[in-house]
Design a protein around this ligand. Structure first.
Ligand SMILES: NC(=O)C1=CN([C@@H]2O[C@H](COP(=O)(O)OP(=O)(O)OC[C@H]3O[C@@H](n4cnc5c(N)ncnc54)[C@H](OP(=O)(O)O)[C@@H]3O)[C@@H](O)[C@H]2O)C=CC1
Ligand SMILES: O=C(CO)COP(=O)(O)O
Ligand SMILES: [Zn+2]
Length: 350
């Protein structure tokens, strides 16, 4: 008997464009939500756009979060108990969006994502990534009911955050390769639809790389649409598999070994150059991934990440230990092989 059930949760309204933050009230109105909103933001986005958001709602409450942590989620839930919101609006980068996403899930209310930076695909996905001690937990939660991404604001945000978003998308190439490998060798459930969407998203971004430049609204548009697509691929898959393979394992290890040194997207981009080499060898597409990252001003070496060679090699050789996810690094890579891949790809100097 056919017993599979598919349950795909996706945003209902996705609004991307010039000054669309002023249409947030209308976009939320179409969701038939009731009650007052609790706006979850962090200091800079609150300063930049908080008043524009608040002006569109009756009796909004605001919570400003300073850090991404499980304590911050609990504090937000306590604030929500006091203000009794009908739904949450997350305004900012990954930090307030992840916290609001997780708190909304616990409170059983909806949330709307209003990203002010295009730094990674978590701004639209159904996953929160919350650090705890030297570990990072990737927690499943419902994706946003709506995403309102104002390209005017996103184009003005720091360029390095946008290049990190681009690199997070480019890493989808190797994430999908790892997923297919896991299907072949471990019979892991695989979605052709999600895999193809994720790969096509990376392809489109690379094809448009020459028009992704600082300060250009068109660039913000291309990047945020790619992030939305990647989030949709994860929602279809019901996991982060289409966008997170061995390159993400290496990045998660770097977060433990060298915390705070580089952005998530930049780490997964550099790691992706190496995992592509491991998949396809010296004549594979690793140099195309490196060139695409370079064209987008994203780092391609450990030193550009601000990470020293020993830290990179430690992350590479221990990445397989942190999660039960079959990838090209299954069983681990030894020190000699790690040096070989890192030097052959130019990630560390010979
Ligand atoms: N869910 C997922 O799948 C993933 C989640 N993450 C999580 O996301 C977080 C990192 O994401 P990131 O977006 O970098 O986080 P932040 O929310 O910390 O934003 C990055 C920085 O940009 C500032 N900022 C926000 N908007 C603007 C703007 N328009 N102009 C200028 N500055 C702005 C913030 O200011 P301020 O300091 O005032 O907030 C902050 O300093 C981490 O907590 C990480 O764990 C990472 C990868 C994947
Ligand atoms: O960053 C992500 C996808 O780009 C989320 O992946 P993780 O599940 O590894 O946290
Ligand atoms: Zn990522």
């Amino acid at each position: 008997m056919f017993e599979k059930t598919t349950w795909i949760k996706l945003p209902r309204n996705v609004l991307v464009g010039h000054d669309v933050i002023d249409d947030l009230g209308e976009a939320v109105g179409e969701l038939y939500l009731t009650g007052r909103p609790l706006i979850v933001t962090s200091p800079t986005p609150n300063e930049i756009a908080g008043d524009r958001v608040r002006a569109q709602f009756d009796d909004p409450a605001t919570a400003v979060v300073e850090e991404a942590s499980f304590d911050a989620v609990e504090e937000l839930k306590a604030t929500a108990e006091a203000v009794d919101p009908g739904y949450l609006i997350a305004l900012g980068g990954g930090k307030p969006i992840d916290i609001a996403k997780m708190a909304a899930d616990h409170l059983d209310v909806g949330f709307v994502s209003v990203p002010t930076v295009a730094s990674h695909d978590g701004i639209v996905s159904g996953r929160s990534s919350i650090p705890e001690g030297d570990t990072r937990h990737s927690v499943a939660a419902d994706p946003p009911l709506a995403v309102v991404a104002d390209t005017t604001l996103l184009a003005e945000a720091p360029w390095r955050l946008t290049t990190a978003g681009c690199a997070d998308i480019i890493s989808n190439y190797t994430a999908v390769k790892d997923w297919r490998l896991a299907r072949r060798l471990r019979n892991v459930e695989y979605s052709e639809y999600a895999g193809a969407l994720s790969e096509m998203t990376a392809e489109l971004l690379v094809e448009n790389a020459d028009m992704i430049r600082p300060g250009l609204e068109e660039s913000a548009w291309v990047v945020v649409k790619a992030l939305v697509s990647s989030g949709v691929a994860m929602s279809i898959a019901g996991s982060s598999r289409p966008a997170s393979g061995a390159e993400h394992l290496i990045s998660h290890q770097l977060d433990r070994i060298a915390p705070g040194k580089a952005l998530h997207g930049h780490q997964v981009g550099v790691a992706s150059i190496m995992t592509e080499y491991l998949h396809s060898g010296e004549n594979g597409r690793w140099s195309a991934i490196r060139d695409a990252l370079d064209e987008l001003d994203a780092p391609t070496t450990a030193s550009e990440l601000g990470i020293d060679d020993a830290e990179l090699l430690a992350a590479l050789t221990s990445a397989h230990e942190i999660r039960d996810r079959y990838t090209i690094l299954q069983g681990g890579i030894n020190e000699e092989a790690a040096i070989e891949v890192a030097t052959a790809t130019g990630v560390i100097d010979e």
